[in-house]
Design a protein around this ligand. Structure first.
Ligand SMILES: *[C@@H]1O[C@H](CO)[C@@H](O)[C@H](O)[C@H]1NC(C)=O
Ligand SMILES: *[C@@H]1O[C@H](CO)[C@@H](O)[C@H](O)[C@H]1NC(C)=O
Length: 621
């Protein structure tokens, strides 16, 4: 099976529409590179102006397998990270007043509960699936869908460190130092997944601990990934033939790629260049950014890139589906994150973020009609179609929400603080409220993978409209029938009783018109955004929100060994399935833990999280 990023798993309908759409050398390191980078705050961890490297081969060992692979298409001139002093960007975190003793005690109890849940999983992984990609949480076995390089171990390294489990961290780091990227359990390696999980995991663990073995491992993963860029136009092969590349065969980028997979390598690649002083990775991902920037205003929905693009020909404008969710997500998420990482030295990322958000706010965000008339927003896919008369592209929004897109609230909160855009904070709150609302509305307390809702009556469904959105029970029931495919009869006299039957049979909570994919697979995006909103606003009510989410998830997903994905969250006792992706311990539990930590533990003013929740050190003055 292909390793598919959690945010990339396609709902069937999207897959179908995608298929329809488809018819249509250099090792020039810069000595002294980090000397220019300035020192970090006296804070939790080491500055990266002076990495503690006792083993000189960490940074200048050129004998590594992937480094020795002959380059067929060398880079003529390598672009280095700008040399200026990082700027002081606006503060991302809110100021937190001192909490009283009872609040503190409750918070620490909750934090302990998260740590206990993590330790149970870690112990089972150590015992039953050590060095494998995943533990199977019902049968106590193991699976290797991510190359067989111990994905869960690498994803968990920084969580162990953050939780202060230093003995376990040391044991895991020693084992991680032994992982070999010279062979793989897969014929086809997903470059994006490997970047965010492994490269991101090693870099964050290095940034937190200063352990040079982990930087060395990051560099090895980076050397492997860099080989995927050895193509005529230096665009990477995103679904990569590992054996062919290892044998030094010719490569060309495909004429089709998901925009998330090609467009969100920049955070990890840039951090690796900063940490090693070797500009190759930064150069490689900036070439992709150049192509994105040049075409951002020329797509069918200017400001956003479509979900599928053509790296072989460098064309990023042809497709007509636009989403902040599955298949695109992190290409947008990484815009403010690059700005944060680079300490203001790469201003184009801010410009790209602002252009993208202006379009998404206008076209992708909408207000659903819900029984308590809550003022919440959902971000959905937009399809464009050419108007026969005018030739212009007309957008239409699909009224479907996804768990995956819940990261968007956190993205807007980060952008809102970093670029002083208070209106982005407002959208962030409403998007997070939308996710929280959905968790609460489902009786088991978790959001399904995808769901449909009805919009407020026009024109008040747009994100920029403040008008009331009164609940209309009959309109909801008609929308349920339309979603169920009974469009013609949605207005017949007996519509209400027929809708009631559908609502009962499909267990639709009031407000939902369909639940096409009822799974919850231990995903992090909702708690990720609740966490970022908490750190950026200081709103203590979010602590209770997070606790309710954690309690529901823990209650339903706990197994004899660890935690399991759920097949259908709409019932009172959701059935479990034998899967626990590495992001449960790498992301979901890390965000829950940080939610209940002191706000300066992994402060957003010093760190930026990659899309796999691996915190990387920001450049700060
Ligand atoms: C602690 O602060 C909370 C508000 O954060 C307040 O509700 C509570 O009454 C306070 N408890 C004590 C013992 O002061
Ligand atoms: C690393 O690999 C070697 C050789 O396979 C093995 O002897 C050693 O125990 C491993 N170390 C760790 C910490 O796993």
């Amino acid at each position: 099976m292909l390793p598919l990023r959690r945010r990339i798993v396609l709902p069937l309908a999207m897959l179908l529409s995608l298929f329809v759409l488809l018819l249509l050398k250099s090792d020039n390191t810069t000595p002294g590179f980090w000397k220019q980078l300035g020192k970090q705050d006296a804070g939790s961890s080491r500055p990266y102006s002076k990495p503690v490297i006792t083993d000189p081969t960490v940074l200048n060992d050129d004998s590594y397998f992937w480094r020795k692979r002959p380059t067929r298409h060398p880079v003529a001139s390598l672009r280095s990270f700008p040399t200026g002093k990082p700027l002081a960007l606006p503060k991302v975190q809110a100021s937190f007043p001192k909490e009283n003793a009872s609040d503190k005690q409750l918070r620490l109890q909750r934090q302990k509960a998260v740590e206990t849940a993590f330790m149970r999983c870690w112990t089972s992984y150590s015992k039953h699936a050590w060095l494998q990609d995943e533990l199977t949480p019902l049968s106590g076995g193991a699976r290797n869908p991510f190359g067989g390089w111990a994905a869960t171990l690498v994803d968990s390294l920084d969580t162990l460190h953050i939780m202060g489990l230093h003995g376990e961290f040391e044991r895991a780091a020693a084992a991680a130092a032994n992982i070999s990227f010279e062979t793989s359990s897969l014929e086809q390696v997903n470059v994006f997944e490997t970047t965010i999980r492994y490269l991101g995991g090693f870099l964050a663990a290095y940034d937190l601990s200063g352990d040079p073995r982990l930087l060395k491992k990051a560099r090895e993963a980076g050397d492997m990934l860099y080989a995927a860029f050895d193509t005529p136009n230096r665009m990477p092969v995103t679904r990569w033939d590992f054996g062919k590349a290892a044998a030094g065969g010719p490569q060309e980028a495909a004429d089709w790629a998901l925009v998330a997979e090609i467009g969100s390598l920049c955070v990890e690649f840039t951090r690796l260049s900063l940490a090693t002083g070797d500009a190759r990775w930064f150069d490689a991902s900036e070439r992709i950014t150049d192509a994105l920037r040049a075409q951002q205003g020329r797509t069918q929905l200017p400001g956003l890139w479509p979900i599928s693009v053509n790296p072989r020909d460098g064309v990023f404008t042809a497709d007509n589906t636009f989403s902040l969710g599955a298949m695109a997500d992190s290409v947008f998420e990484y815009l403010p994150k690059m700005a944060a990482l680079a300490g203001g030295l790469l201003p184009h990322y801010r410009a790209m973020y602002e252009d993208a958000m202006a379009t998404a706010i206008r076209h992708n965000f909408w207000r659903p009609m819900v029984p308590d008339e809550a003022d919440i927003l959902i971000s959905s896919s937009v399809h464009t179609a050419r108007d026969g008369a005018t030739g212009a592209f007309t957008p239409s929004v699909e009224r479907v929400g996804q768990h995956l897109v819940c990261f968007a609230g956190g993205m807007l909160a980060l952008g809102g603080r970093l670029f002083r855009k208070p209106e982005h904070m407002e959208y962030a709150k409403k998007l997070v409220d939308g996710c929280v609302w959905t968790y609460r509305a489902v009786p088991s307390g978790m959001m399904p993978e995808t769901f449909a809702m009805a919009p407020c009556p026009p024109p008040s469904s747009s994100a920029t409209d403040d008008r009331a959105c009164p609940w209309d029970e009959a309109a909801w029931k008609r929308a349920v029938l339309r979603e169920a495919g009974a469009g013609e009869d949605a207005d017949a006299d007996d519509f209400a009783s027929r809708a009631d039957a559908v609502i009962r049979e499909r267990r639709l909570p009031r407000g939902f018109t369909a639940i096409p994919d009822a799974r919850y697979i231990l995903r992090p995006e909702a708690i990720e955004s609740v966490f970022v909103l908490y750190r950026t606003t200081g709103d203590r009510a979010l602590l209770d929100t997070a606790w309710d989410m954690f309690s529901a998830i823990q209650r339903h997903t706990e197994t004899a060994y660890a935690n399991a994905a759920l097949a259908d969250v709409t019932g009172a006792t959701p059935p479990q399935t034998d899967s626990m992706e590495s992001f449960w311990m790498g992301e979901t539990l890390k965000y829950f833990y940080l939610m209940f930590s002191e706000p300066n533990l992994v402060s957003l003013d010093e760190w930026v999280f990659n899309t796999e929740a691996h915190p990387l050190r920001r450049l700060v003055p």
